[in-house]
Design a protein around this ligand. Structure first.
Ligand code: S3P
Length: 436
């Protein structure tokens, strides 16, 4: 249970934790490299720790060097060993789906499970193409759900596959399986999803060919270790601060070192289009990933239309965008967002229910939301639905509105363990009189 009071102003600097997607991929690929890899600014949150524990159970050595630095010592592409226990992905879809791609290519048996939420999320989207590659991969209810079972087989073949969903998890599972295939694997998707796997595979010396929303991987037998990977700050975590600072009058916040990979910056485009004042400074690269310092100032918003084309670039930011829409003038229409129903919870339904408790009228459609703004919010007792992005979005609504108590808010530990500590720190800082 977390109690949140409204903030009068939000000023200062917030350093957001490392990117979740990139942290997962850095452990997975470092685990398959020949030489040790140092991962800097690794996200020490529950989801990434699930990936880390799974790789340790597969024989990979990993040592924590400093608070957010990790040294991963892989045994090469063919060096994983049969786990003596069931692998547990916890709440993490990325762990389960990406690891499934690797496990499908192993000459040993393994079982991969997760928590109650993860065991209800769709897995046929990865198991079907993996079995077409020759993987002996199975799941509960005709291979629709976890727990998943991987059996040794005859080896994988390359595949040309068009994914019906724009999903980086599906694409990445097949790319990782493609490392073990006898020939090239080509994956195309309706709209390009986040390309962190592609960029990191290239960092590890793997040959890829990319064209629009399609990628082909050429198996190479060996991964070259880059020595070091530096994980940028997570734009999905920054999004909560961007919206909070936009909505709370008089705010001005600096968010240094945030990843601005164009496959993730839909939130910046959308908020700016709605009237947010966000600037990017000091653009640079962390390896192949673009990074910038973000600055945001409070401003008034107008409504927006959010459709399927931009959705993969802001898929995890819809909950906090729905909160922004409550403060924006006009009708915001979100469509093409059916994927939100199969995230950690049904996020569309959870938003309607929980923002409804704050007095907001949010209309639900089959694949989206319709929100008329601006709407006044009231103090409410809400529930996080065991979903970190819902908890964080409700927290922003409470900070910018009339406060709330959120039960189950501990689930922010999945992606942003220090969020509430940061809220208290920045709240105190912001309540001090401004220097003249
Ligand atoms: C992720 C991809 C997205 C996103 C998830 C992380 C990733 O899922 O929602 O939080 O790291 O690849 P989908 O690929 O299923 O859309």
């Amino acid at each position: 249970m977390q109690s949140i009071s409204p903030l009068r102003r939000l000023t200062g600097q917030v350093t957001v934790p490392g990117d979740k997607s990139i942290s997962h991929r850095s452990i997975l690929l470092a685990s398959l490299a020949e030489k040790p890899v140092r991962i800097r600014n690794f996200l020490r949150a529950e989801d990434c720790l699930s990936t880390l524990r799974c790789m340790q159970a597969l024989g990979v050595k990993a040592d924590r060097l400093a608070d957010s630095d990790l040294l991963v010592e892989g045994n090469g592409l063919y060096g994983l060993t049969e786990p003596s226990t069931v692998l547990d992905a916890g709440n993490s879809g990325t762990t389960m789906r990406l690891l499934a791609g690797i496990l499908a290519g192993q000459p040993f048996m393994s079982v991969l499970t997760g928590d109650a939420s993860l065991c209800q999320r769709p897995m046929a989207r990865i198991l079907a193409p993996l079995s077409r590659m020759g993987g002996r991969v199975y799941g509960r209810e005709q291979s629709r759900y976890a727990p998943l079972v991987f059996l040794p087989g005859e080896g994988l073949q390359g595949l040309s596959y068009h994914s019906p969903v724009a999903s980086a998890q599906v694409k990445s599972a097949l790319l990782l399986a493609g490392l073990y295939a006898g020939g090239p694997t080509r994956i195309s998707e309706p709209v390009l999803s986040r390309d962190h796997t592609e960029l990191m595979l290239e960092t590890f010396g793997v040959r890829l060919e990319r064209q629009d929303a399609a990628v082909t991987i050429y198996p190479c037998g060996k991964l070259a270790a880059p020595g070091e990977i530096v994980v940028p700050g997570d734009i999905s975590s920054a999004a909560f601060w961007l919206v909070a600072a936009t909505l709370i009058p008089g705010s001005r916040l600096v968010l240094p070192n945030v990843g601005v990979n164009p496959t993730r910056t839909g939130i910046l485009d959308m908020l700016t289009g709605m009237g947010a004042r966000i600037t990017l400074a000091n653009r640079r690269y962390a390896g192949r990933e673009p990074v910038a310092d973000l600055e945001v100032e409070a401003s008034r918003l107008v409504a927006a239309t959010i459709g399927a084309e931009i959705l993969p670039r802001l898929i995890d930011e819809i909950p906090v965008l729905a909160v922004a829409a409550l403060f924006a003038k006009g009708r915001t229409i979100i469509s093409g967002a059916g994927e939100l129903r199969v995230k950690e919870t049904d996020r569309l339904r959870a938003l309607v229910t929980e923002l409804g408790k704050m007095g907001a009228q949010v209309a639900e459609t089959a694949d989206g939301l319709v929100i008329e703004g601006p709407q006044p919010l009231q103090f409410a007792a809400c529930d996080a639905h065991a979903d970190h992005r819902i908890a964080l979005a409700l927290a922003v609504a409470a900070l910018a509105g009339k406060g709330a108590v959120i039960s189950g808010a501990e689930c922010v530990a999945i992606s942003y363990p220090g969020f509430f500590t940061e809220v208290s720190r920045i709240g105190q800082l912001s309540s001090q009189p401004e220097e003249s």
